[in-house]
Design a binder for this molecule. Structure first.
Ligand code: GAL
Length: 847
């Protein structure tokens, strides 16, 4: 090599080293915070689970997360998705973890990778692959060699993958944190002394993988050094670390709750979430993650259970379809900005917490150099309060926190929403545009009637009843239990001339019974108790009778000590009973024939191909066990699409061969227990705020646009109970209107506060309207009132006091513009009523 070439090479090498040393971040922690490149960081994080949306949705979800003020995206890694068969890995499409992490990095956000590999997450079997259960001698989540070997192998596989792509912060990538195990501390007492050995092993194993970034365990009080124990829950302000060396971190702040088939839809008011977050930062927290920021969809058979619904919307700031949920998203965004204004003093020091009276608390972060930020809280649930702080007086509504980035001016109170509210609805396509895409679904159906009972050569016989999961290995939801039995004409239970019943007991989750080929009845468990105890009338004949029981699972258990051993299926007894004289025959230990899965599954009908489809005669409706198929064109536009399965019973649906999940619109929520306006004041729990009572728990099912082509798409359904497929319709998810309601007494909006600080000029509260999509403008003002308007978005009404100018002022300021802002004061509207605190309420629409 010539000298100059050598010099150039050296230079390139030096530049390369310089580049990596510049970008690679050193992540560590101290008792206050995560420390990135020597600097303590206050971090706001949000969970988005990559397989619960599609790769084409990821960039938009990540962008909306960034716009919402997140610094970090958190995801679990789903073992059973990536290794469905031992040693056969899959990282394609929705499973492309590397792509997801890289997209987050491109957006300039960090990643918290919760490898688990036990994840809970309302995910099938908590994320464990079923083959793991069949390894000889295995015991999950304890000091067991076969389990530890597999857990280590998968964890190392993921860590190596990330390292190869340089995705750890130590290598210049976005991953600043990883998690091992998940909430083991909640249940570890059931595992005895081995639990401690296991946790210590997990900690050593994880640390030995040498990722260069810290590891956390959540809800693990005995997490050993250097693992950080973190908090999960609706509130974590009272959490204390298990070590003086670790920072106060909150890995799951539940933004709502998951939905179950048969349950009402849970929601969590944003005022309460904001209160919980502000309380956490008030009391020394420095890392907080929303679980979920986008919940998404449990496509296919990925949902945990039993009975967890296909929608995993979670009432998250981004809804199942990826649309911004307002005012949740916006209020939290404002909250993040307010907290970030306090970052410098917060990172420099611990808070000084003092009582300002009963239920009233102040935290002050004050530095030697004179920086000062304060949080003032009223944790009372009933009464608003006025407090004196630093010589000024502040009004604190019940269950709220005010944030004062300069220890003087309030930029945000968690109970006062300054953000837009939107009304987002499913619109039936046919009503909206005159053309009926559901017309496509009204004709052109073909079908295949699934045989009742055994139809497969691989069926097998066994004495007695078998447990289902051990039998199917979860290759299908379905297991046939079939019996041919000889009934003597002189059986005592047939003698009294009354009805005979078939009595079946099952561990769950649901079953359909057929007697002599005819549907006899169904039974199902619920999310609280999966067991089924069913009695159906049985019409028997003297001689041979067949009893075919189709037992099915609806997502495998994902939580609890030894959850992996929770069985399913018909474990008995199964009896025929005479109703009058009480005599019975127990069939439980008879010779049963078993078939795993359905004929249609064996034929691969979900893709739509196959020659077995029939279409000549009249379309069968209200028929149990039937496959349906049709073709359809994609609804026009860009709005997210759903199929409304009202009219169907229960089953699974595929679009162009991809499963959109289990549908079950006939499982409805109980009639009682819902409230439209849930009082956010006071501790939240997952049953506190429910909606949708008496209605199907889930009627709409997400069909990702990226799975469709403009025309000629195939929809296949397997219907278990009977329905009318011509009633299925398309809906698009649309923002119908947007509202804002701002009071004269609101704090100055956070984003204006900084400019106020610079100019020294006081801006009053303003109401801001902005259309969400790039090409939209405000097209109409449906309602405007300055005075004492009442009601909520979509149903505002004028109060006693109301300025006559409101509507014309707002129309003039807003129509035709993408956004507009209006001062909420008598300077804009005149004085409609002296001595009354007034507010401005507006409802607009964008086109
Ligand atoms: C937590 C768990 C999460 C999720 C959540 C409920 O306990 O860590 O994975 O299951 O509960 O949504």
């Amino acid at each position: 090599m010539r000298g100059t070439e050598y010099l150039f090479m050296l230079l390139f090498w030096l530049l390369g080293v310089a580049a990596t040393t510049t970008f690679a971040a050193n992540v560590s922690y101290d008792h206050r915070a995560l420390v990135i490149d020597g600097k303590r960081r206050l971090l706001i994080s949000g969970s988005i689970h990559y397989p619960r949306s599609t790769p084409d949705m990821w960039p938009d979800l990540i962008k909306k997360s960034k716009d919402g003020g997140l610094d970090v995206i958190e995801t679990y890694v789903f073992w059973n998705l990536h290794e469905p068969v031992r040693s056969q890995y899959d990282f394609e499409g929705r499973k492309d973890l590397v792509k997801f992490v890289k997209l987050v990095a491109e957006a300039g956000l960090y990643v918290h990778l919760r490898i688990g590999p036990y994840v809970c997450a309302e995910w099938n079997y908590g994320g464990f692959p079923l083959w793991l259960h069949f390894l000889p001698g295995i015991k999950f989540r304890t000091d067991n060699e076969p389990f530890k070997a597999e857990m280590k192998r998968f964890t190392a596989k993921i860590v190596d993958m990330m390292k190869q792509e340089n995705l750890y912060a130590s290598q210049g990538g976005p991953i600043i944190l990883s998690q091992i195990e998940n909430e083991y501390g909640n249940i570890d007492s059931a595992y005895g002394p081995a639990a401690k050995t296991y946790i210590n092993w997990a900690a050593t194993m994880a640390t030995s993988l040498d990722t260069g970034v810290p590891w956390v365990m959540c809800q693990q009080e005995d997490a050993p050094d250097p693992i950080i124990n973190t908090c999960n829950g609706f509130y974590c302000d009272q959490f204390t670390q298990n070590s003086k060396k670790t920072p106060k971190m909150w890995t799951e702040n539940w933004t709502g709750w998951f939905l179950s088939f048969g349950g009402a839809v849970p929601y969590r008011p944003v005022e309460d979430i904001a209160f919980a977050v502000a309380r956490f930062f008030q009391r020394g927290g420095t890392f907080q993650n929303y679980y979920m920021y986008h919940g998404g969809t449990n496509f296919g058979r990925t949902t945990g259970g039993p009975f967890i619904a296909t929608s995993y919307d979670y009432d998250a700031p981004l809804d199942e379809y990826g649309l911004v949920r307002q005012p949740k998203w916006g209020h939290l965004k404002d909250l993040h900005s307010a907290i970030k204004l306090c970052e410098e003093p917060m990172m420099a020091t611990d808070p000084t917490i003092t009582s300002l009276g009963s239920n009233l608390e102040a935290s002050v972060y004050k530095t030697g150099s004179g920086l000062c930020a304060a949080y003032l809280a009223n944790v009372g649930t009933q009464s608003d309060a006025t407090v004196n702080f630093n010589g000024n007086s502040y009004n604190l509504p019940a269950w709220s926190v005010s944030i004062l980035p300069d220890c003087k001016n309030v930029v945000l109170n968690t109970a006062k929403i300054n953000s837009l509210t939107t009304i987002t609805r499913f619109m039936r396509q046919s009503l909206e545009d005159g053309v009926s895409p559901s017309k496509v679904l009204q004709s052109g159906w073909s079908w295949f009637i699934e045989p009742v009972g055994i139809s497969n050569k691989n069926a097998f016989m066994k004495l007695g009843l078998v447990e289902q999961i051990n039998t199917t290995a979860d290759e299908s939801d379905y297991l046939w239990y079939s019996l041919r039995t000889e009934i003597q004409g002189d059986e005592p239970f047939l003698q009294d001339g009354s009805q005979t019943v078939l009595h079946v007991e099952s561990l769950g989750h649901a079953l359909h019974a057929f007697i002599n080929g005819k549907f006899a009845g169904s039974g199902k468990g619920n999310s609280g108790n999966a067991k089924v105890s069913m009695e159906v009338p049985a019409t028997l004949v003297p001689g041979k009778n067949t009893i075919d029981l189709l037992s099915l699972t609806v997502g495998l258990q994902n939580y609890g000590a030894f959850f992996d051993l929770t069985g399913a299926g018909i474990t008995g007894p199964v009896k025929l009973k005479g109703l009058k004289n009480g005599s019975s025959i127990d069939l439980s230990s008879a010779q049963w024939t078993y078939q795993i899965g359905l004929k249609g599954e064996e034929l691969g009908l979900s893709t739509g191909s196959s020659s077995v489809w029939v279409s000549q005669s009249t379309l069968p409706k209200k028929q149990s066990l039937i496959w349906y198929k049709t073709n359809f064109d994609t609804p026009a536009g860009h709005d997210p699409i759903a199929l409304d399965f009202t009219g169907m019973g229960k089953g699974e649906a595929w679009v162009n061969g991809q499963s959109i999940g289990r549908y079950w619109p006939t499982y409805t929520a109980p009639n009682g227990g819902c409230t439209n306006s849930c009082n956010f004041r006071g501790p939240y729990n997952s049953n506190k705020c429910l909606e949708n009572c008496g209605k199907p728990s889930q009627a709409h099912y997400h069909v990702p646009r990226s799975w469709l082509q403009p025309s000629g798409n195939t929809l296949v359904l397997f219907e278990e109970m009977g329905g009318d497929p011509t009633q299925i319709s398309f809906a698009t998810r649309k923002m119908e209107g947007l509202c804002s309601h701002v009071s004269e007494s609101h704090p100055v909006p956070v984003d204006m506060w900084s400019s106020d600080q610079k100019t020294g000029r006081k801006t009053g509260p303003t109401l801001l309207l902005e259309c969400p999509l790039p090409n939209q403008v405000i097209s109409s003002i449906k309602f405007a009132s300055f005075g004492t308007p009442r009601g909520t978005c979509g149903s505002f009404s004028h109060g006693r006091c109301s300025s006559t100018r409101a509507l014309s002022v707002v129309r003039k300021a807003c129509i035709g513009s993408k956004s507009c802002s209006i001062g909420v004061s008598i300077n804009t509207f005149g004085e409609p009523c002296v001595g009354v605190t007034k507010s401005l309420a507006v409802e607009a629409s964008c086109t």
